[in-house]
Design a protein around this ligand. Structure first.
Ligand code: MEV
Length: 440
C-alpha cells in the first residue's frame, strides 16, 4: 500500500494522478476497495453496495478480470413464446433496456403456432497467423503449400482435444498480400470448436503452430496469431411467417417500408441492426458469452457486400403473409471461457435447455428476428415510446421512492394519464398519493 499517496485536493476537487493506481492489480480486493474509498470519498453505504456482488462472488470476479473492486448487475428476464424447429424454449435475456424482452416475446408470440425454422452451420472458427517481412509472399505461400501435410498434422495434434469431441482441425490455406509495409503472408486455420466459443482453442493452437510456419517459410517474422471474430463459417439463420390474419395488412406494409428504408440508408440500417442485437446480446450475456465478439462479427457481416445492410430480410409471400429471415455469424459457446465460473450463466443454460452450441446459435438468431420484427411493427405503426414509457414510468416510480406494488402501479398510471414521464412529476404524484392516504 506504501506506493499510494493520499489523494490530493485542489479547490475542494480531487486531483487524479495516474501513479496513484500503479500496482493496483497487486492489491487484494479488500485493499483495492479501501483505496478507492479514500480516493473517491465513498461512504460506508456505498461500500456496502460495492461489496454486494450478488451471484458473482467477489473472489470469483477477481479471478475473471483485473483490478476488480465489485461486480455490476443487469436484470435477467425470460423471453417467452419461442417455438423453434418445433421445440419450445424459455429464453434467458440479460439486458438493462426496458421493452427488449417484451418485444422479443411479443414477436415470438405472433409467429405462433408455427414459430421459427432455424439452421446453424458447424461451429467452425477461423484463426490467422501473420508473417511479415517477406521478399515475395507468393513464393512463401508455395513453400507452405508444399508442407501442407506436415502443417495439417501439427494443427491436428494441437487440436486433438477438440478432435476427441468430434471437432478439430478442418482446413489450412494462405493468402499473400502486398501492403504499404511490404509483402505479408496470412495463414488461415479453420477449426471446429464444437460447444465452445473457440477463441482460446484457436489462439493456443495458433501460438503453438507459428514457429513451424516460420521454419517452413524460411524467412520473415511471425506477428499476429489470433482468432478472427468474422466467424462467417459459423453462421445461423432463421425464418418465420407472420400471418396477415394475425398482424394485419397494415403492419405488413409498415414493416416492408421500414425494411426498405434500412436497405437504402446506413443511418437507419445501423439502428435496425442494433434492434436485432438487443436480443442476441441479451442472450449472449445471460449465457456468459463474449457479446463483443458477436457484435463485431455481426456488423462486419452486415458490410460484407461493401454496403452496410440490414441483417434481416422481409418479403410478402403469395398468400400475402409476411416472411422474415435473418442470417449472421454466431460464435456462442455453452462450455469454456468464463461460463464455468459464472453460476448465473450455468442456470441460464439449464433453463434454455440447449444440447449444444449450434442449437444456442439457432435460438440467438430467432431472438434477433423476433426483436427486429417487433421493433419494426411498433415503429411503423403506433411508435415505440408508448410501450417504452409504460415501463419507464414504473422505473421512475421506484426511483422516486415508491415502496409498494400499489404505489408503483398508481404512479405509473398517473404518469401515463398526464403524458409526462419525468422524475419530478413522479415525485409529485407520490407525495399526493401519500398525502391522500394520510387524510383517509
Ligand atoms: C432500441 O433499442 C431499438 C430500436 O431502435 C430498433 C429499431 O429502431 O429497429 C427500437
Amino acid at each position: 500500500m506504501g506506493v499510494y499517496m493520499q489523494p490530493t485536493k485542489k479547490n475542494g476537487k480531487l486531483i487524479i494522478k495516474m501513479t496513484e493506481f500503479s500496482g493496483f492489480y497487486k492489491l487484494s480486493v479488500e485493499e483495492r476497495i479501501a483505496r478507492i474509498k479514500e480516493y473517491a470519498q465513498l461512504s460506508e453505504a456505498e461500500l456496502i453496495v460495492l461489496k454486494n456482488t450478488g451471484a458473482l462472488k467477489l473472489d470469483v470476479a477477481n479471478r475473471m478480470a483485473e483490478n476488480v473492486i465489485s461486480a455490476t448487475h443487469l436484470p435477467l428476464g425470460l423471453g417467452t413464446n419461442f417455438k423453434i424447429n418445433g421445440k419450445e424454449y424459455v429464453v434467458p435475456m440479460a439486458v438493462e433496456e426496458s421493452s427488449v424482452i417484451a418485444a422479443a416475446s411479443h414477436g415470438a408470440k405472433l409467429s405462433l403456432p408455427l414459430g421459427f425454422e432455424a439452421h446453424a452451420d458447424e461451429p467452425i472458427m477461423i484463426g490467422q497467423v501473420q508473417i511479415v517481412g517477406l521478399k515475395n509472399a507468393g513464393d512463401v505461400a508455395v513453400k507452405l503449400e508444399s508442407k501442407k501435410t506436415e502443417i495439417e498434422k501439427i494443427a491436428r495434434e494441437l487440436t486433438k482435444n477438440m478432435e476427441m469431441r468430434g471437432g478439430g482441425f478442418r482446413r489450412f490455406y494462405t493468402r499473400a498480400i502486398k501492403t504499404e509495409r511490404g509483402e505479408m503472408l496470412i495463414a488461415y486455420f479453420e477449426i471446429d470448436v464444437r460447444d465452445s466459443m473457440g477463441a482460446n482453442t484457436i489462439n493456443t493452437m495458433l501460438e503453438g503452430i507459428a514457429p513451424s510456419l516460420r521454419e517452413y517459410a524460411e524467412e520473415g517474422q511471425i506477428r499476429l496469431r489470433i482468432v478472427s471474430n468474422f466467424a462467417d463459417k459459423r453462421k445461423a439463420r432463421a425464418r418465420a411467417i407472420w400471418k396477415k390474419e394475425t398482424i394485419g395488412e397494415e403492419a405488413i406494409e409498415g414493416i416492408l417500408d421500414a425494411y426498405t428504408f434500412a436497405k437504402t440508408d446506413i443511418y437507419r440500417a445501423t439502428t435496425h441492426n442494433k434492434g436485432i442485437m438487443n436480443g442476441i446480446d441479451a442472450l449472449a450475456i445471460a449465457t456468459g458469452n463474449d457479446w463483443r465478439a458477436i457484435e463485431a462479427g455481426a456488423h462486419a457481416y452486415a458490410l460484407r457486400s461493401g454496403k452496410y445492410q440490414p441483417l434481416t430480410h422481409y418479403e410478402k409471400n403469395k398468400e400475402g403473409n409476411l416472411v422474415g429471415m435473418i442470417e449472421l455469424p454466431i460464435a456462442l459457446g455453452i462450455v469454456g471461457g468464463s461460463i464455468n465460473s459464472n453460476s448465473i450463466a450455468k442456470i441460464a443454460l439449464k433453463i434454455l435447455n440447449v444440447k449444444n452450441a449450434t442449437e444456442l446459435a439457432m435460438v440467438a438468431v430467432c431472438i434477433g428476428l423476433a426483436n427486429n420484427f417487433a421493433a419494426l411493427k411498433a415503429l411503423s405503426t403506433e411508435g415505440i415510446q408508448k410501450g417504452h414509457m409504460k415501463l419507464h414510468a414504473r422505473n421512475l416510480a421506484v426511483i422516486v421512492g415508491a415502496s409498494t406494488d400499489k404505489e408503483i402501479d398508481e404512479i405509473a398510471l398517473a404518469l401515463e394519464r398526464r403524458g409526462t414521464y419525468t422524475a419530478d412529476c413522479a415525485r409529485d404524484i407520490l407525495k399526493e398519493i401519500r398525502l391522500d392516504r394520510f387524510f383517509l
